[in-house]
Design a protein. Structure first.
Length: 430
């Protein structure tokens, strides 16, 4: 996601180093916004909410450390990818080196000159390989399923460009709302919705050309070739993964993993890959959202029961029988190759209008009606099955029944829906 589009609309940043900045720079941006708006005093860090129960018209909150609080409204902004998924590999506890999930990186572990194994090749795994290929003595990338990779450039912003951003607010605003990027994202979402479209054919042509033209060894090229359609899994963007995996220090391992032993990873062909560090880039439990928090709505309705089949929310925002509780980047919302900051801002515009109904005295409680959610889900599921995500691959986009869980329409339709709630879809209790 281009850096200027990965900023809050109200907090542009003229000092991004490049079009696709590294993680520490993105984190520093969020820390800077927190400081500028003096938010730290309103945040309790490292505080897990374990219980959120609706009683007597308010939400009763309890934390793992024993803090109790009451709230008129609760916003579940927990996100999608935050519960790391660990693979069930026999012997993992026996490894004598350093082993950790990519989301819980141990920065005390030295990497230069080490023998490193990366298990998993989604967006994170690919980026790790690109970063470490020239640093490791040996770098093994354990691949279960090949990925389509979209080429992308990542140029730096010159000092002259950054100075122009500082001096010209309108130029910076245009960078945040780049018309070409927005048109490309809209075209991308239309390709997702219609797998037979010209836009999808172009995507497939780009990724196939990238593979053909970037990997010189025909045997390696075929091991890197997916057996499913482009974008069926989340499309990976990388300027240099194919170059990194061809580095003399790098090795693609496609044999299945048998177990982890004290000295490394043994694959099913009997080979022991001796390693000093193992990184699980194995993704997240994308169906958790607010769980395992115990969320209980009106009349004792438990969220775990409501979501026993699949997580769902009307317009990805509201759940029947959970009044005055709303979600940012909740289930069935747009997730993929675009800015979730923008999606959250669109949702906040929608949610704030619902809160105003209560704050203005029109009602005491507001939540989506059961009928509205049922109709939304029928339409969403029917549309989702026809998207590229439903064309036959296994991905974290799929729910437990194999239905794509993401927003199955265009980004422009989502933006339109978020302009104002359709109040007939909501239950307003006076």
């Amino acid at each position: 996601m281009p850096s200027h589009s990965y900023t809050y609309s109200f907090a542009p940043n003229p000092d991004w180093s490049r079009h696709l900045p590294p993680g520490p720079e993105v984190q520093a941006y969020f820390a800077k916004v927190t400081a500028e708006y003096k938010l730290a005093d309103s945040i309790r860090f490292n505080e897990e909410i374990v219980s959120c129960v609706f009683e007597d018209g308010q939400w009763q909150l309890k934390s793992a450390s024993g803090i109790e609080d009451r709230a008129d409204f609760v916003i579940g902004a927990t996100g999608v990818l935050h519960h790391p998924k660990f693979p069930q590999i026999p012997g993992a506890d026996s490894f004598e080196g350093a082993l950790f999930h990519s989301a819980q990186w141990d920065h005390s572990v030295p990497l230069d000159g080490k023998r490193i194994g990366v298990i998993g090749n989604g967006s994170t795994g690919v980026q790790i390989i690109s970063a470490l290929a020239s640093r490791a003595q040996k770098l093994c990338h354990f691949q279960r399923t090949a990925q389509w990779i979209m080429p992308v450039e990542n140029p730096e912003f010159s000092e002259a460009e950054k100075q122009a951003f500082r001096e010209d607010a309108e130029l910076l605003h245009r960078m945040q709302n780049d018309e070409t990027l927005n048109a490309n994202i809209e075209r991308f979402t239309q390709a997702i919705v219609d797998p037979e479209s010209e836009a999808m054919q172009q995507i497939e042509a780009y990724v196939k050309s990238n593979l053909e033209n970037s990997v010189t060894d025909p045997e390696l090229r075929e091991r890197l070739r997916p057996n499913y359609r482009a974008a069926c899994k989340r499309l990976i963007y990388s300027p240099d993964y194919y170059q990194a995996i061809q580095h003399p220090n790098a090795q693609l391992v496609t044999d299945g993993i048998e177990c982890i032993e004290p000295q490394g990873v043994r694959t099913k062909d009997g080979v022991l890959h001796e390693l000093d560090v193992i990184v699980f880039a194995t993704g997240f439990h994308a169906d958790r959202f607010m769980r395992p928090m115990n969320v209980v709505g009106r009349d004792g309705v438990a969220l775990n029961h409501v979501w026993s089949v699949r997580p769902t929310a009307y317009m990805a925002v509201s759940i029947p029988d959970f009044p005055n509780l709303f979600m940012l980047n909740g289930p069935n919302g747009p997730v993929g190759n675009f800015s979730l900051i923008e999606i959250a801002e669109l949702q906040w515009n929608y949610i704030s209008q619902l809160i105003e109904k209560v704050a203005g005295g029109e009602c005491r409680e507001v939540s989506a009606s059961r009928e509205a959610l049922a109709q939304f889900d029928r339409e969403r599921i029917a549309a989702a099955r026809k998207t590229i995500f439903g064309t036959g691959c296994n991905s974290w986009y799929l729910d437990a029944e194999g239905v794509p869980a993401t927003w199955p329409w265009s980004r422009s339709r989502f933006a339109e829906e978020m302009q104002a709630p359709k109040l007939e879809a909501f239950e307003l209790v006076s």
